[in-house]
Design a protein around this ligand. Structure first.
Ligand code: ADP
Ligand code: MG
Length: 697
């Protein structure tokens, strides 16, 4: 028989072809796979109770003696059941087993067993249904901490337990140590074998904790090593060399003086695009930090270098706004900026595509449509993706493919709903510029959480703002847009109003609440042209109160708007609310954000209060991640990282930081992990990235 990790599960006694087929569904084919199939949770079966002490309604171990031969009977439904009466000095334990009639021969009076099951009070004794049992003196899975595995139909925990036992005994001792000694010493990590043994069968919870810590660290370090190696490779790509047009020259076109952080980001881009190597840069900055100007510099530099720039936005609304901004900024220098979205159709589209292919258009702004079939560039030199977290990593590759022989430079602009470390992981192959400075003269947006009882006062406040010449956003979550549409796919904690309800509410506001004000309504299902008409009316100040669904979440810029009201605010993630709030406080006027929540849940209110306490996008993102977890955080979007087994981005940020640091040091000294002592780690990295084997050389 084969030894160790490679033993096929099908060849093991008690498995057989049917079960091995089911195990394969869990990704388990060999004994080595079982070793890395970690428990979901653990049951503490260390304490064995007497009948009297057994905690009511809880899973627990009770030791008792079989008092009578088991009785087989048949329930009215026809189901066979076996009843067994047991006793100890303190009372009676009555057992009922369903669907296991063979058990009538299993128990002999006088034998003592440990039973594990849910204890229900029954007179002076207790009862259990279908408990696990082990004979006294032969305990393997009672009287200790027992793992519970992810299961599937036909694979019981009992089977997993015996396989895991085998894997830990036979495979774990031979697993190579992947973490160098200095890493283990510096970060206080236990050895591989101890970790693998304790993650399955912990001696105690301290042992489990140190096993978990070590395995999480190992996983994160493998991941970050892989990303660092990937990044190292990227830097060697040849890129288009732009002609040297420095940021200072561009800044004379801006209607304001750029902040130091904006200038630094532009300098970073300048260095990249003139280096002869391909740029792959992430510009990260909170809402309102002025990323558009940085993007515009890139577009301008591309145009002056005789190549084209494509700027991709996540929504049509945002694309239209960028189009207006860039046209105004670059148009006077003779740079032609055009807009391409799904709404540009027919003859207009055909003409536009023709001009694009001929190179008559220098900057093309749009949505995903920019990279759809039939869109051919003359010479694409720069791709800018705005608010990238809505696109996902996978799409980056697709963008670059449009460039022909030399891939275009890639610039990604992101607000920061992603905590820094996490962002660095997801964008691990990119250089990062951080805009950590807001333009001067911004007053922080005063934020309030209010209940239904304050509604009339709130409407009064809307009037006061409008009377002072300002404008107001009023956002309602609509179910079609939350989690629905491709463009505004958002995640939410709660179901939201349907679009009809939102439409009705907008009408009520106009007709009954603010008949004397000009109220507009915009939602994601409207035609692009209609949306644009309303948005430009709002931008021009013709609409005073703009009721909308979440379409305005990202990027919209109307400095005269000073009040943001969010209805049913508890239905949004905190980062999303932070983005919404970023729509106000963009001019010199004092600005406000009112979060309306009728939720009586104290945790929901508490969550919202985070926004009243801080305007730091990073902190808010962190809190969001903590409260909602990365699954919700990213929604359905692919973030493109390999699947992790034990680590979890939300709770393991501290370890993530340490692992990154260790990985960086390691890769700096040995970029390809070629040294003898790094070979095991390299093999682990290759295994983790096995779906993209081509990324390493
Ligand atoms: P975001 O980073 O959220 O995309 P924007 O680029 O939309 O931010 O900029 C927000 C607002 O701030 C815009 O009205 C823009 O014109 C203005 N702005 C950007 N940079 C500066 C600056 N350095 N000084 C003054 N206003 C600025
Ligand atoms: Mg923006």
């Amino acid at each position: 028989m084969e030894q160790g990790a490679n033993v096929a599960l099908a060849s093991l006694p008690g498995v057989g072809p049917v079960r091995s087929g089911k195990l394969a569904k869990l990704g388990l084919e060999r004994l080595g796979d079982v070793l890395w199939h970690f428990p979901l949770r653990y049951e503490d079966r260390r304490r064995v109770f007497s009948v009297r002490e057994a905690p009511e309604g809880e899973l627990c171990c009770v030791k008792a003696m079989i008092a009578q031969s088991p009785q087989l009977s048949r329930a009215r439904s026809g189901v066979e059941l076996v009843k067994v009466k047991c006793v100890d000095e303190t009372g009676t334990l009555n057992l009922t087993f369903f669907h296991q009639s063979y058990l009538r021969h299993a128990f002999s009076p006088g034998d003592t067993y440990i039973f594990y099951g849910k204890a229900e009070r029954q007179g002076r004794g207790i009862s259990m249904v279908n408990p696990l049992f082990e004979k006294e003196g032969e305990e393997k899975y009672t009287g200790r901490i027992v793992p519970v595995y992810p299961l599937t139909a036909g694979v019981h925990n009992a089977l997993m337990l015996s396989l895991a036992r085998l894997a830990v005994d036979q495979v774990a001792p031979g697993v190579e140590e992947v973490l160098p000694l200095w890493v283990r010493q510096r970060y206080g990590l236990c050895q591989q074998e101890f970790a693998l043994s304790n993650i399955h069968f912990p001696q105690n919870f301290e042992g489990l904790e140190s096993a978990r810590k070590r395995l999480i660290f190992e996983e994160l370090m493998t991941l970050t090593c892989g990303l660092a190696m990937l990044k190292g490779r990227r830097q060697h790509f040849d890129g288009l060399q732009f002609s040297p047009h420095a940021p200072a020259e561009f800044c004379t076109l801006l209607p304001f003086t750029p902040t130091g952080a904006q200038k630094r980001a532009m300098e970073d881009i300048f260095r990249d695009v003139t280096s002869g190597q391909s740029m792959n840069r992430l510009v990260q900055g909170d809402v309102g930090s002025g990323k558009t100007a940085v993007a515009a510099y890139g577009a301008w530099a591309a145009a002056l270098s005789g190549v084209q720039c494509a700027l991709m936005a996540p929504t049509e609304l945002l694309a239209e706004q960028h189009f207006r901004t860039l046209s105004a900024l670059l148009g006077p220098s003779g740079i032609r900026v055009e807009l391409l979205t799904g709404s540009v159709k027919g003859a207009g589209r055909k003409k536009l595509l023709q001009e694009l292919a001929q190179g008559d258009i220098q900057v093309l702004v749009g949505t995903h449509a920019l990279f759809s079939q039939g869109v051919a560039y003359h010479k694409l030199g720069l791709v800018i993706a705005d608010e990238q977290h809505r696109f996902g990593v996978a799409q980056r590759g697709a963008l670059a493919a449009k460039g022909g022989e030399t891939p275009p430079h890639v610039l990604v602009m992101s607000a920061t709903p992603i905590p820094r470390t996490l962002a660095l992981m997801i964008y691990g192959d990119m250089e990062v510029s951080i805009i950590d400075e807001l333009p001067p003269g911004r007053t922080p947006v005063s934020t309030y959480v209010v209940g239904e009882d304050k509604r009339q006062r709130m409407y009064g406040f809307v009037r006061a703002q409008v009377a002072a010449g300002r404008q107001v956003y009023l956002v309602c979550p609509a179910v079609e847009e939350i989690g629905g549409g491709e463009e505004e796919g958002q995640t939410s904690l709660f179901p939201a109003m349907d679009l009809k309800a939102v439409t009705t509410y907008a009408k009520t506001l106009q007709e009954q609440v603010f008949p004397d004000l000009s109220v507009g309504f915009v939602h994601g299902k409207m035609k692009g042209k209609d949306k644009e008409a309303i948005m430009s009316a709002f931008a021009a100040g013709e609409i005073q109160v703009l009721v909308s669904t979440t379409v305005i979440e990202v990027g919209v810029d109307v400095p005269n708007a000073t009040l943001m009201i969010v209805e049913n605010a508890d239905r949004f993630g905190l980062s999303q609310l932070h983005q919404l709030r970023g729509r106000v406080g963009r001019g010199q006027h004092e600005s406000y954000c009112v979060l309306v929540s009728s939720s009586r849940s104290e945790t929901a209110r508490q969550r919202l209060r985070v926004l009243t306490q801080t305007t730091d996008g990073f902190r808010i993102a962190q809190e969001d991640l903590r409260l909602r977890g990365p699954g919700d955080f990213f929604g359905q979007r692919q973030h493109g990282l390999p699947q992790l087994k034990v680590a979890d981005f939300a709770s393991d940020l501290e370890l993530l930081n340490q692992a990154r640091q260790a990985a960086q040091e390691l890769v700096e000294g040995d970029p390809d992990l070629k040294r003898e002592e790094h070979r095991p780690l390299r093999r682990r990295v290759e295994h983790m990235f096995r779906d993209n084997p081509d990324i390493f050389h």
